[in-house]
Ligand binder design. Structure first.
Ligand code: FAD
Length: 260
């Protein structure tokens, strides 16, 4: 398979960078083709502005419209087009980062902002539903699998469903559901390294082994079973039908549960 591995860490001697090198080596040894976007090493510009759009000069900037116009005319900034070309080739997309303030570092958020633009990753008309768009389970990145590899300072129990931080899947909801699933990718359960700041050499070997196993299984791991927009569970206002998960509210309702 073709893999795009996006790394967001400013230090080449970090835990993240070590895991990244081991992960890429494991995939390559297994015969997969890996492309890497090491965002800090690339000095990736994470800020959307009018320079992204060749055709926008003095007029008011409407980001989404400028994006889809630039996709149509092939005039998006070359650094964005290069990342989209890598994505186009990928069967599996790995986003690796340390959890910073409950989300990815700004450089990775900005990679998503600038690369997953309207007309490319989302905002594509649905040929089966006039006036509707392909989202939540379908979109410009449909057919790809997506794996978040996340190191976390906090301990594992704090990210369990009744933990103080909230369950990891809910902490990462903007990425797993609002980005991967929204654009059509199949989000795999994230690989989390908890208590990351307390990593000994011995523990590192165990973590690298876990990473290798998850990568070896990435083609067959069942994705998180989010409910698709057009699968029949939501009404025309995008609200769950009353007979689905009756009485339940919150982010957990976006997932199919075993008894349904
Ligand atoms: P590093 O600092 O590089 O390393 C961590 C440990 O691993 C060190 O002990 C190091 O010696 C060891 N190590 C590194 N490489 C190896 C190797 N090759 N072999 C063996 N050992 C090695 N945490 C939360 O839980 N929630 C948050 O919201 C959150 N927000 C944060 C915000 C900011 C701005 C920052 C700076 C930290 C935050 N943290 C948070 C903590 C953060 O998630 C962790 O510090 C981070 O995940 C650790 O990953 P790292 O790659 O930076 O580790």
């Amino acid at each position: 398979m073709n893999v795009l591995w996006v790394l967001a860490h400013p230090e080449g001697r970090s835990l993240n960078s070590a895991l990244h090198r081991d992960g890429v080596a494991a995939l390559t040894e297994a015969g997969h083709h890996v492309e890497v976007s090491d965002l800090y090493a690339m000095k990736w510009n994470p800020v959307v502005d009018r320079d992204d759009f060749e055709s926008v000069t003095d007029e008011r900037l409407h980001v989404a419209k400028a994006s889809s116009d630039a996709v149509d005319t092939g005039t998006l900034s070359p650094d964005i087009r290069a990342e989209q070309a890598k994505l186009d080739r990928a069967d599996l997309v790995v986003l690796q980062f340390p959890l910073w303030w409950f989300g990815p570092p700004a450089i990775l958020k900005g990679w998503i902002d600038r690369v997953f633009v309207r007309g490319y990753a989302y905002g594509l008309p649905d040929p089966d539903r006039p006036g509707r768009f392909r989202t939540y389970g379908d979109g410009g990145l449909a057919g790809k699998r997506a794996l978040a590899v996340v190191t976390i300072g906090g301990r594992e129990q704090g990210y369990e469903p009744r933990g103080l931080a909230g369950s990891l899947e809910e902490v990462l909801f903007p990425l797993l559901h609002g980005t991967f699933f929204y654009t059509g990718m199949q989000p795999l359960p994230p690989l989390a390294v908890y208590s990351a700041d307390r990593t000994s050499e011995e523990r590192y070997q165990e973590l690298a082994g876990r990473l290798r196993t998850r990568l070896a299984e990435a083609e067959t791991t069942p994705p998180i079973p989010y409910r698709t927009q057009h699968g029949g569970d939501y009404d025309e206002n995008l609200v769950l039908r009353p007979d689905i998960a009756p009485g339940e509210t919150g982010l957990g309702t976006t997932r199919v549960t075993l008894d349904q």
